[in-house]
Each structure stands twice: as structure tokens, then as C-alpha cells.
Design a protein around this ligand. Sequence first.
Ligand code: MG
Length: 174
Amino acid sequence: MSDATSVQAFDVSRLRIGQGMDVHAFAEGRRLIIGGVDIPYERGLLGHSDADVLAHAVCDALLGGIRGGDVGKLFPDTDPAYEGADSLVLLARVAQVVRDAGYRILDVDSVIAAQEPKLSPHRDAMRENLAHAMGIAVDNVGVKATTTEHLGFEGRKEGISATAVCLLYREADV
Ligand code: MG
């Protein structure tokens, strides 16, 4: 920001936040894919796409930040084109929608709630996958995992939830 000739002034009124949330139920005979990582486990998550609960939460955070609806509106589960879809590809498309609307993705943070399996060993791989899909630095993507102390549907191992927030900057009025 020191070089006034090359960098436009930072305008806090152009910051936007977005929040996203997603839930998928466990099912037999499905792969467990979270943050683009194929995690060895006895069950996977049920969904029309690959059911990547974390990628979907990040998609919804980004779309929330541009007041652009949600991932279900952009990629309807009634559309056969998205059956078994790689959600990192969907996230890359959402990130492009965000850029096309004139926004820069500054930062993303997220939490996965799952009683099982243990997700912390996969956290850095998830951060790299999400960052790559959005075209931002790994340093700007946070992923955390928590159990729910055996409470609720996550705690009963019926499914997994994820929430995400993002910070966007409106660079251009498109
Ligand atoms: Mg979903």
C-alpha cells in the first residue's frame, strides 16, 4: 500500500463477509471425501455430488459474500450433470463467479464437526485443495475439525456438518 501509484486505496466499505453451512448424512458404500481428501473410513457421505460437505460450506460462504444465492441454486441436485461431481471443481467455478462479479477472495476459515473419523491429519491437504480450487494462497485458508462430544447428529455419527466464513473485497463494480 506504500506505492500510491500502483495500488488503489483500501476502502473498508468494500469488504464483504460470507457464511456457509452444510450437512450430509453418512451412508454405506460411499467414499468419504472432505475438502477434496479421500479419507479411509467405513462409510461415506450421501449426496448427489461427491457430498464434500466442507467444499459445499465454502461455496455457500463465497456466494453469501456476493449475495449470490447458494450452491444448490447454482448446481441443482436435479441436474444429472452434477451427479458424482468433484466438489473442488464446483468450488473453482464458484470462485470464478465471485471474481466475475468483481470480488477478490481475501480469506476463508472453516470448521468441520464430526465425531469420527479423526480429521486433523488431513487438515493441511484440505487447506491446499481448497486454496488451489479458489486460486488463493494456502495461508488464506483455515480448516479446523471438532467433535461434538457425542451430542447431536454429528455426535451420534449420523452425519457430518461444516461451516465456513469468508472475507471478500469488492474490487470493481461489475
Ligand atoms: Mg452439500
